[in-house]
Design a protein around this ligand. Structure first.
Ligand SMILES: Nc1ncnc2c1ncn2[C@@H]1O[C@H](COP(=O)(O)OP(=O)(O)O)[C@@H](O)[C@H]1O
Ligand SMILES: [Mg+2]
Length: 262
């Protein structure tokens, strides 16, 4: 794992310290801390409602206005939680790409998929003359066959797997060092899932860092370097993928593991 130098100290690409989150009066994250190095794939595992998506939304700065958040989210040496809206907008999409759980909810049915990938680039590079080319490259990289032809299609004309690849292209188009993926393969069949996980492995080889949220230990086994197990907003276990599979300590982790080993 390569690490960044910052003010003479070796530090991670992303470091989350004592993250606490409330939606209204209800606390959903309790002192969540972890760090992510360059070229690392971290899986966050936990059952539905444990707070996995909330961690990603906190990093992206996409929480609803009734949310209250405390702690630190240090990305490339800067605390995103104390950053202004302008700074957050500059980072979102450009430095941190996000793949959402449900591509159909994310893509706009009224625009062609290619134009949506292109728009994700133009937001950050409005003066660049090569946005269409960048969009096509990102679509190709995301594993979309014949991107030129797919560019002009609308979301409803694509399969679920291809729509998810369009979302991945959108997340990749600005070449961000960090990618957040929220259960990106949950709705897809196993062969499509496998190809998307292979794509994440390629991104990792390029030195990108990925946080992948999943409730599926099968996915974890295939691609994680490190794992965090979240339960009711608290980290109950953490370790390398080998440690978690060989010697799970928390009863909850054991229970999740048994679900795939049966
Ligand atoms: N926008 C929201 N407003 C209020 N409560 C929310 C919101 N999003 C999630 N929650 C609640 O926060 C908790 C964690 O949810 P979430 O982060 O979506 O978990 P996960 O992704 O692990 O399923 C759950 O109790 C959920 O009901
Ligand atoms: Mg979720």
């Amino acid at each position: 794992m390569k690490e960044l130098e910052y003010h003479g100290k070796v530090m991670a690409l992303l470091e989350i310290k004592d993250l606490k989150l409330w939606y209204g009066d209800k606390q959903v994250l309790f002192d969540v801390s972890f760090s992510l190095g360059e070229g690392e794939i971290l899986c966050i595992v936990g059952e539905s409602g444990s707070g996995k998506s909330s961690i990603l939304y906190s990093v992206m700065g996409l929480l609803p206005n009734y949310a209250r958040v405390k702690g630190k989210i240090i990305f490339e040496g800067e605390d995103l939680l104390s950053a202004g809206e302008e700074k957050k907008r500059a980072i979102r999409g450009r430095k941190i790409g996000m793949v959402f759980q449900e591509p159909s909810a994310y893509l706009d049915p009224l625009f062609t998929v290619g134009s949506q990938v292109e728009e994700a680039y133009r937001i950050h590079f409005p003066e660049a003359g090569d946005s269409e080319e960048k969009a096509l490259q990102a679509m190709k990289k995301a594993g979309i066959p014949d991107p030129q032809e797919k560019y002009g299609l609308y979301p409803h004309q694509l399969s679920g797997g291809l729509k998810q690849r369009v979302c991945i292209a959108t997340a990749l188009v600005c070449d961000p060092p960090l990618i957040l993926a929220d259960e990106p393969t949950t709705a897809l069949d196993v062969s499509v899932q496998k190809r998307i996980l292979n794509l994440f492995l390629t991104l990792k080889e390029e030195g990108r860092s990925i946080i992948l949220v999943t409730h599926d230990f099968g996915v974890v086994a295939q691609i994680a370097d490190n794992v965090i197990v979240l339960k009711e907003g608290r980290i109950v276990e953490r370790g390398s993928v080998f440690e978690i599979f060989d010697n799970p300590k928390d009863p909850y982790t054991k229970q999740l593991l048994e679900a795939i080993l049966l």
